[in-house]
Design a protein around this ligand. Sequence first.
Ligand code: SAM
Ligand code: SF4
Length: 363
Amino acid sequence: MLSLDEILNKTIFTKEDLKNLLASEGDDKKRLFERALQVKLEHLDNYVHLRGLIEYSNICTKSCLYCGVRSKNPNFTRYQLSDEEVIECAKLAHDLGYGSVALQSGERSDKAFTDKITHLVKEIKKIDNGSLGITLSLGEQTEDVYKEWFEAGAHRYLLRIEASNEELYYKIHPHDAKHDFKTRLNCIDTLLKLGYQTGTGVMVGLPFQTYDDLADDLLFFRQKDVAMVGMGPFIPHPDTPLWQYRDQIPSAEERMELTLKMIAILRLMMPEINMVAATANQTVDPMGREKAIAVGANVIMPNLTPNEFRENYLIYPDKACVKDKPDQCQTCLDVRLAAIGHRVLYNEWGDSLAFRKKSGVRS
Ligand code: SAM
Ligand code: SF4
């Protein structure tokens, strides 16, 4: 077996290398994390980009087996923000200097919904002459819908593959036409083809997930040459079918550590992509977001959803920052990031350098 340094000195990792890196502990793990931070600083400096997160609606037509918002969970109130509330959130993002917003929602593909999103994207674009970048995370849609939203002004899209291994995918999703692995793959390919800065990702520490799966996930991101990746620990939700496996998954601490290793390894593999320090990191560990930034992530999505709706967007329990006010959140972020030698890049879209180099998009 190769030593950690022999692996780190390679330019391309094999699947075996990835599995060894995922298993690294002690000094080896520390050196992996240090190298990932060094590579990030060399390529992207110590900047963190912000996307003001707007959780538009928790109405969802799907039933992913891990997600609290799934259509088959009757235990909370469904909501959809009004147009005014969305625009207020976007204006707040602009006033706070965030540079970008991310509009996220449960998945719907009916025309009333897709038309509404087109309208909202156009309205957000009107704020200060298009100064806000727009990321969408609204699930699987047809090519025509993705195109319509792109033409309306959205330029980034997040659609996690959730598990690149088809067999694992069907262990965490119902096996039916609504949750089709090939459709998921096709959607990611369509987004890439249409010219979106496309992001994908996985949850880490899922029931049945192995190092083999995680290594394949990393190879999948590289093979698709995506511009952004978001990875966070899986957090069991009591109102979901995967809750029954909560005793068969790694501890919260182990899921967090594994997430950090995934982020660090991917930073070595794809030095110029954007990587999100997911809120799930902070939910399992109060310092989770900072830890993710310190091993290679460079994007944070502070929540701008009006507080009265946040507790109904509980994709997993005890979600971090549910009670914080946006201005508190900003001060808190500045201080917390400064403490780890990082700073927020305000008033910029903060596009992925990997994507900008490929296409010459504005920064
Ligand atoms: N509905 C859209 C979709 O599925 O792409 C966007 C919203 S969905 C809530 C955003 C992400 O939340 C999913 O891609 C999934 O990875 C993550 N998520 C859902 N349930 C989770 C859980 N129990 N633990 C950690 N992450 C979870
Ligand atoms: Fe709906 Fe997304 Fe949750 Fe799946 S992950 S149930 S599509 S909100």
